[in-house]
Ligand binder design. Sequence first.
Ligand code: GUN
Length: 284
Amino acid sequence: MNIIDGKALSLEIKETIRQRIAGLTAEGKRKPCLAMILVGSNPASRSYLRGKGNAAAFTGMDSRLVELPETAGNAELLQEIARLNADDGVDGILVQLPLPSHIDENLVLDAILPSKDVDGFHPINVAGLWMGRPCFVPCTPQGIIHMIESTGQPIEGKRAVVVGRSKIVGRPVSKLLLDRNATVTTAHSRTADLGAVTRDADILVVATGHAGLITADMVKPGAIVIDVGINRTADGRLTGDVDFDSVSQVAGWISPVPGGVGPMTIAYLIKNTLRAYELSAEGR
Ligand code: GUN
């Protein structure tokens, strides 16, 4: 069994970006800038944003954190987005999810300029993904594909099973696997006999938010297993949707939690932001 080291892979990506930005700075150009909006003080959200800000700093990218109180309404958030949309010094805009329940998430995501939507959550970018047009692709799915490709195993012709159908991970990663000519099954909480479906998978991506859902008996020997889950145990440890100890006995490759998908999501956020900068510099 091989471990897919998301931390090491993310470092390679960030190092390449660091050199690109050093080159821009040497030419006297402005640095790319990522703006992040946090509404309220969800500790997990705050910790993710700290990670994103640290990654930006590592690469030499500028970042800004805009903090709004838990009580902020749609109007305040939309005003902030309009300000960042109009700011030529801002290349990427990210609104950390989940938002408080009184905020209309669709209204907010629709307000971000598609050309600054580095999360790839705007309907224009979502449509671009599904229609095969140039667009910003969500970060976690891109990171997952990179991790699968890092095994050196072809995706084409393989049976891929994605457990989870979220807008952020399950659906877009299913589409990216389909684009690479895998035969894709999207399973979910209502799938009958989940184990029978997952046992067929050469590539198994699990994004459900249920700790330890996938056990060794549900995995095909030699499979590539990507664990997208981030769950907190009663004693405060992070754990995935895959029972690592048992599944690592059967899988060919497995990604750990922490140190797997999480760092890759952040690396691709930085990569998308550099792309937004380059597209705006090219006047597109
Ligand atoms: N919350 C959980 N995942 C994500 C993500 O990829 N982007 C944003 N903005 N919020 C999230």
